[in-house]
Design a protein around this ligand. Structure first.
Ligand SMILES: [Zn+2]
Ligand SMILES: [Zn+2]
Length: 196
């Protein structure tokens, strides 16, 4: 059993995120619950290479999920889907089992019921999210996730070069327009405009 104690996670999360907050507590609980459902108790050790996590929000909870799972963007084991939801899907690549855990919308209200004497909302939720049962905090569903080979950690593949801008493109992210190889920016998905 290599999962750390909750207090250890809290101090690691505080270091990683710069402060401790309700979102972090929720994210830690969410990740511990997800790994528990998968039966993966050593995400930083023997189970390191079989876990991928999809997060659905880029907020405090996301950093906490990284602390527990060890899944990082730079390792290609953390995938961001910008849905604005306090939810994450934990994928056990080896067992082919995936579980999506979502925070219940009622969790904040329940926190207020449990700790009415704490006026500060963040502190109130921090206290509550530590003690509430998993079932009070989360819903979960077993899901199928299609993870493409080129999205896996450690994927080695040919690198394309955009015929418009000349920049290199990894991981099969290039697009072909009538036989012409383009990067996604040049193909029209650019998120920026060049100044001047
Ligand atoms: Zn925070
Ligand atoms: Zn290009």
């Amino acid at each position: 059993m290599a999962l750390k104690s909750f207090d250890e996670y809290v101090s690691l999360a505080e270091q990683a995120h710069g402060h401790i907050c309700a979102g972090q507590i929720l994210g830690l609980r969410l990740a511990v619950h997800g790994l528990g459902l998968l039966g993966l108790d050593d995400p930083l050790g023997v189970h390191r290479k079989r876990l991928i996590t999809f997060v659905e929000i880029d907020r405090c909870a996301t950093d906490a999920i990284t602390v527990v799972t060890g899944c990082r963007m730079g390792k290609r084991a953390l995938k961001f889907r910008d849905f604005g939801k306090a939810a994450a899907t934990f994928c056990d690549l080896e067992a082919g089992r995936n579980v999506r855990v979502a925070a219940r919308e009622s969790a904040k209200r329940r926190a207020a019921e449990l700790f009415p004497e704490i006026e500060n909302r963040n502190r109130q939720q921090m206290a509550a999210y530590r003690v509430m049962a998993d079932e009070e905090l989360f819903t979960h569903q077993w899901v199928r996730v299609r993870v493409e080979e080129h999205d896996l950690p450690g994927y080695k593949g040919p690198r394309a070069v955009c015929s418009e801008c000349g920049e290199g493109v990894s991981f099969a992210r290039e697009v072909s327009r009538g036989g012409v190889i383009l990067c996604r920016s040049c193909a029209g998905e650019r998120y920026y405009e060049v100044c001047g």
